[in-house]
Design a protein around this ligand. Structure first.
Ligand SMILES: [Fe+2]
Length: 465
């Protein structure tokens, strides 16, 4: 039996004193703020205990090979990546784990590094400090070179030993570029050396081929570089003309040699919710969700190239969908509801996929005192801070996102209908929460019912369906 773990979107924040905030009294905490946490689709400070809990669970189950499906860092900061590498190194040394990584849209920023700034605090009762990569920032802001976002070339160097160069003790390893295996040679002849492609194929266990695809392509926008993260695979296929041919060749060889081929990239290869069959198949979701999905045509091209299994992160949800023989497994993030990771077991020709819920996460409340100090003592504590389990914390985070983010973005017409008489729960809010909770868990049929209900309510309140 062959098996691997797939971990998506860890978004590791350097909790322990990076960014020049260590005050000399040992390893200080450097918390992201609660204000930023409630506005984001992920939690930040909890990434540290969540990664430890996930890797402990993987090691306890006796798994060895782990694919990191991109967005392994908070935002590609050298401090966050150094913290990640320290943790990975511990598990490599102590538990014999091996890591194979690809990039997400938060790990690297194309031909040039990206200037960034975040508000951090040093713990309970401490005021927020702006930490910026801008060397010329005036106090009280703190300038730190460890805050900027890495260029792709920097990220490739930093993660080189996570599969980007040929690892020791694997049965096979290659890139799309033949014998151009140097980190600075990962582009096709005549291509753009500043836009490398970090894709590779590796065989860590005999008979198991992991096709790890770098699906970040960048466009120049107003003097800077922007990753094409929405409908990413549409952009990848349009810009990397050599890629379908390589995938097809890999799939053909895998079939001939009796290898099980599993493909991985940060972005969905198929829309994550489909309705209908045959020529009636259509992607479903809210407009914002659909704008992030690839076209059906892209999925069909990847299926035609020979992919049968593709694992994606990016959307921070679980679930799976199949089209033309290609199944896309959405791997949940440890830092967004419902939390978790995926285990794949391969025996003979059978591929078995298990989505594992987040294990117990000791220390998930590491920042609660800082959050309480930030939000003040007046009024009831925020529901997230009432959570007694990590799963409960993630669920409370998503429930408040429904009000603060999803409702205004996706359903502005329904904002006036949340009040219910006699203190009973608002049916609109109940339907909204049910939709987003089901969507995060990949319960497509339930989410479709809730979506239809919300559309009917939107119609009733004068919106366009
Ligand atoms: Fe992410």
């Amino acid at each position: 039996m062959k098996n691997i773990a797939v971990v998506a979107d860890i978004h590791l924040h350097d909790l322990h004193g990076g960014y020049g905030l260590n005050d000399g009294q040992g390893r200080a905490f450097a918390f992201r703020t609660f204000e930023d946490t409630v506005a984001s689709t992920r939690v930040f400070n909890e990434s540290y205990p969540a990664l430890i809990a996930t890797l402990d669970d993987i090691a306890r189950r006796g798994l060895r090979d782990v694919v990191l499906l991109g967005d392994y860092s908070d935002d590609g900061q050298p401090a966050a990546v150094a913290a990640l590498k320290e943790i990975l190194s511990h598990y490599e040394t102590r538990h014999d784990l091996r890591f194979f990584a690809t990039f997400g849209n938060h790990d690297c920023f194309g031909p040039a590094a990206r200037e960034q700034a975040k508000r951090l605090n040093l713990g309970e009762g401490r005021s927020r400090t702006l930490v910026t990569s801008d060397e010329g920032a005036a106090p009280p802001a703190i300038a730190s070179p460890f805050m900027r976002g890495m260029s792709t070339a920097e990220a490739m160097k930093a993660m080189a030993d996570c599969g980007l160069v040929r690892p020791k003790e694997v049965f096979h390893w290659e890139t799309p570029f033949g014998d151009r295996t140097g980190l600075d040679e990962r582009y096709p002849p005549g291509g753009d050396p500043t836009q490398p492609d970090a894709s590779y194929l590796v065989e860590p266990q005999e008979g198991l081929w992991l096709l790890v695809l770098d699906a970040n392509v960048f466009s120049k926008v107003e003097g800077g570089w922007q990753v094409e993260a929405n409908a990413a695979w549409d952009h990848v296929l349009a810009r990397r003309s050599y890629l379908p041919g390589w995938i097809e060749d890999v799939a053909r060889r895998a079939a001939r040699l009796g290898k099980t081929l599993l493909a991985f990239s940060h972005y969905p290869a198929l829309p994550l919710a489909l309705s209908g069959k045959g020529s009636e198949v259509a992607a479903i979701g809210t407009p914002e969700w659909l704008s992030r999905m690839p076209s059906l045509e892209s999925g069909r091209r990847l299926a035609k190239a020979g992919l049968r299994w593709h694992f994606s992160g990016h959307m921070h949800v679980a679930g799976h969908v199949t089209l033309d023989g290609l199944t896309n497994i959405a791997v949940p993030s440890p830092v967004a509801y419902p939390g978790g990771y995926v285990i794949v077991q391969v025996e003979n020709e059978t591929v078995d996929i298990e989505t594992v819920s987040m294990p117990d996460t000791p220390g998930f409340n590491v920042a609660f005192a800082a959050y309480a100090a930030e939000t003040g003592t007046a009024g009831a504590p925020h529901p997230m801070l009432d959570a007694t389990t990590y799963e409960g914390f993630l669920e409370a985070h998503l429930r408040q996102l429904v009000i603060t983010r999803h409702l205004p973005k996706d359903w502005p017409e329904l904002g006036d209908c949340l009040d219910a008489p006699h203190g009973s729960p608002s049916p609109v809010l109940t339907a909204l929460e049910a939709y987003y909770l089901h969507r995060a868990r990949g319960l497509t049929a339930s989410a479709t019912d809730e979506l239809a209900l919300l559309h009917s309510q939107k119609m009733a309140f004068g919106g366009n369906a």
